[in-house]
Every structure is written in structure tokens, then in C-alpha cells.
Ligand binder design. Structure first.
Ligand code: AMP
Ligand code: GLY
Length: 423
């Protein structure tokens, strides 16, 4: 079967890498892809948001399955466009991708169906929001309703921060229309874990747990990023947490979406906070995490194509997911300045050291070839250095060892990825 993967980051590289292992996959295309992905797939220069052009390409090349890695095309309705043309595509339709696309929607869903999450209020009027933060508990969390590249979440430690946050989102429109509605929610404390799952509309199958490291600097300091590293599994996701989430969160979410006439087919990513009162949903995403996919897929033993097809065919109940006992750690090598502004076009060296070492993987997050064919940086997150090991300690030590093999100017990373998970 011919496959088209949509996206251009480390997550899509991991998806292409895993799909390439399926005996039924004969060729992979990736739009737009990146330099690392081009070693496994033919990259096609079509934007992930050019739905008609992508669908025409899929028709012309007789693509058997399109897999969407990124959130924006899902939220924008790429699945509906493909399905209308009779093309098979993995991911939720637009009416289900709203689970990620609108925080007001997801909070209301959780309230209606009794799924544990932070208490919240939704506002469309800036004055009402400003009045509310005059006597709510502090700290408080203010979230733009719509997508804001992960930057639309403001943790406000003081009332003045809350006031200025509301003004930035709702009046100055720092994230455009995404700030027309805001969710103001209770601040929660605890460990965060990421749980990815496959869903076929009715059945849900959990991929093992993972733990993101969202802040740019060691010790969870600095700005929020897309994720500076990840580890799977995490010891904080205990059997007790798993049992609670299976009873109170996972199936309830799938059933709620079906009951709302929005059956979800694809990947639901549960962002969970393990509070003293038990697990709570921080957020839902309608796709694989990045870099969660980079640590979960190398541990998965199943054929990814088979699992994705079961999601589309409604036969996921016949699939058991199997994961290696090994742990996997991914350390992101980023470009100086990320998540703010950073340079691109810097030559990258040393990647040949990964050749022939099956425990070590280098997924490309933001790379390109320049005019002279040299591998150069092309994003804030550049490389996802990933290693498998007997346990987290070994995987972590191997991943950090591999970070010393590669070089580009102004590279930086966190030094404490997976440290808290070593126990
Ligand atoms: P979200 O995009 O909703 O996951 O938020 C991004 C990050 O903000 C999360 O990973 C948390 O670290 C933090 N966050 C979001 N909501 C809350 C909350 N209610 N309490 C504490 N931290 C939060
Ligand atoms: N790593 C977090 C995300 O993909 O949203």
C-alpha cells in the first residue's frame, strides 16, 4: 500500500519510520516532510493546509491511506475533505477534532459527562472576565479557546498578571480569534503525564504512558515549548492511576464524543495532571504528541498500519497493543533562542554515528538540505535524539551519550530529561 503522511516534524518522522516497518507498506510520501524524513519517504512540497491539492495528489498516486500528524489540518477539516472524495485518511473529522480545537468545547464536554478536570468558567466578554479575576483564587490559569501554538495558556501568579493576560488575549488579540473566548480555570499542582490512545469511534486502546518536559530550561524553568524531551514509560503512571483513568476518563471521553454525534476516530492524547485528589484532564489533543510519538512508537510492537486501519474500520476491539519492556528517552536538540526567535540554515554534522545502531534513533524535527545539498537546521526544535534501554536510567544515559555525536552552531538541550523518571 502507498501511504501519505502529512506534517514535517519529529513526530511525522517517527510515524514514517514506524509505518516503513509494516510489510504491507510499499511506498511512503510525506507532505511537506523534512530532510530526515526524505531518507524514508518521498517528500512532496505541498503545504499541510492545502487540502484540495493534497487530495488531488493522493488520488493521482493511488494512496491507500493518508495519515495526518499535525493538529492544524485536523482542526481545519482535512479528514472531511478527503472522505468526501472517497479517500482513506487516519484522523478525526473536524467535528471531533474540536476536542483539541476548542478548549471551551472540551471543558463543557468534561463538565457534562463528569470527566475529572479543573473547575473553570468560560468568557466571551473581557469585562466579565476582568470582574471574575478580581476575587477568584490565585494562581489562576487563563487559556485562549482556540489553537495558539501552545502559547495561549497563561499561568497567572498574581491578580495583575491575570488582568493583563485577559487584556492580551481578549482585547489586544495576541492570538487573534483564538482569544475571542477564554477559559479561566483553577490552578492545579502535581505531576504531568501524557497518554496517547487509538480510538475507532467506540473502542479505545491506550499506548503506554509518557512524560513530557515542556519548559525550555533545566529544572522546569524558562518558557513553555512544544516539548524539550520525553520518556516512556513514566513511573508516575502507576497501576492505580491507570485504573482510575480507565474508569473515569478514557472510555467516558470516547462515549461522550459518540453521544454528542461526534464519533472520534484517530489518536486522542490525554494530557493528565496527577493531583493529590487523583488524575485530572489538563487538555485533550486530537493527534500524536510531539515528542511523545518519538518515545512511544519505538516501544510499540504492533504493525502501525494494521492498528490505524482497525481505527478506520471500527475493529479496534480485535487488536491488543503490545509494548516492549524497554524504556525510551528522547532529548530534543534545539536551536539557541527557541521557543522565541532562532537562526536557521546552520550546518549539522555527526549523524552518520547513528548508522547501524538499532537502539539509537535520530528523528529530525526541523532540518532541510541547503542549495549545496548540506544538511542544515530549519526549525527551533532540530533533532530528537532517541534511545532505547533496559530501563529509564540506561535509555537516558544512551540518549545523552548520542547527543554528543552531533553538532550544529548554538545548539542547546535540557540536561534533566527523564531524570525524575529514573527511579
Ligand atoms: P495545555 O495546553 O492546556 O496543556 O497547557 C499547557 C501547560 O500549562 C500544561 O502542560 C500545564 O503545565 C500548564 N497548565 C494548563 N492548565 C493548567 C492548570 N489548570 N493548572 C496548572 N497548570 C496548568
Ligand atoms: N508534547 C506536547 C504536544 O505534542 O502537544
Amino acid at each position: 500500500m502507498k501511504i501519505l503522511v502529512i506534517g514535517s516534524g519529529g513526530r511525522e518522522h517517527a510515524i514514517c519510520w514506524k509505518l516503513a516497518q509494516s510489510p504491507r507498506v510499499e511506498k511512503i510520501y510525506c507532505a511537506p516532510g523534512n530532510a530526515g524524513i526524505s531518507q524514508l519517504a518521498e517528500c512532496v512540497p505541498i503545504s499541510a493546509m492545502a487540502f484540495e491539492e493534497l487530495a488531488a495528489f493522493a488520488k493521482e498516486k493511488e494512496i491507500g491511506l493518508t495519515v495526518v500528524g499535525m493538529d492544524d489540518p485536523l482542526i481545519g477539516g482535512i479528514v472531511d475533505v478527503f472522505e468526501e472524495k472517497g479517500l482513506r485518511i487516519f484522523g478525526p473529522r473536524q467535528n471531533a477534532a474540536i476536542l483539541e480545537g476548542s478548549k471551551a468545547f472540551s471543558k463543557e464536554l468534561m463538565r457534562k459527562y463528569g470527566i475529572p478536570t479543573a473547575e473553570c468558567q468560560v468568557f466571551t466578554d473581557a469585562d466579565a472576565a476582568l470582574r471574575y479575576v478580581e476575587d477568584c483564587n490565585i494562581p489562576v490559569v487563563i487559556k485562549a479557546d482556540g489553537p495558539a501554538l501552545g502559547k495561549g495558556v497563561l499561568i497567572c501568579e498574581t491578580r495583575e498578571q491575570a488582568r493583563s493576560g485577559i487584556r492580551r488575549l481578549m482585547v489586544e488579540k495576541a492570538f487573534g480569534a483564538s482569544g475571542n473566548t477564554v477559559v479561566i480555570e483553577e490552578f492545579m499542582t502535581g505531576r504531568e503525564v501524557s497518554v496517547l490512545s487509538f480510538v475507532d469511534g467506540r473502542t479505545i486502546r491506550i499506548m503506554d504512558s509518557a512524560q513530557d518536559h515542556k519548559r525550555a530550561e533545566d529544572g522546569d524553568q524558562g518558557l513553555n515549548t512544544g516539548g524539550m524531551g520525553n520518556v516512556s514509560p513514566t513511573p508516575f503512571y502507576t497501576e492505580e492511576v491507570d485504573r482510575f483513568c480507565k474508569e473515569q476518563i478514557y472510555q467516558k471521553t470516547v462515549d461522550a464524543m459518540a453521544a454528542e454525534g461526534r464519533p472520534f476516530r484517530g489518536v486522542i492524547f490525554f494530557g493528565l495532571m496527577l493531583t493529590a485528589d487523583g488524575p485530572r484532564v489538563l487538555e485533550y489533543n486530537a493527534r500524536f504528541g510531539d515528542p511523545e510519538a518519538q518515545v512511544v512508537l519505538p516501544r510499540m510492537e504492533n504493525d502501525l498500519l494494521e492498528v490505524m486501519e482497525a481505527c478506520l474500520d471500527g475493529t479496534l476491539d480485535q487488536i491488543e497493543l503490545r509494548f516492549k519492556d524497554e524504556a525510551c528517552v528522547c532529548v530534543v536538540l534545539a536551536s539557541g533562542g527557541y521557543p522565541k526567535s532562532y537562526e536557521t540554515g546552520m550546518p549539522i554534522t555527526g549523524l552518520e554515528a547513528f548508522r547501524g545502531k538499532s537502539d539509537f534513533l535520530c528523528f529530525h524535527a526541523g532540518t532541510a538540505k541547503n542549495e549545496s545539498g548540506e544538511l542544515v537546521t530549519a526549525g527551533g526544535r532540530v533533532l530528537d535524539i532517541t534511545a532505547l534501554g533496559r530501563d529509564v536510567k540506561e535509555a537516558r544515559s544512551k540518549a545523552y551519550e548520542a547527543t554528543t555525536w552531533v553538532h550544529f552552531r548554538n545548539q542547546f538541550m535540557r540536561h534533566d530529561i527523564a531524570k525524575s523518571a529514573e527511579s
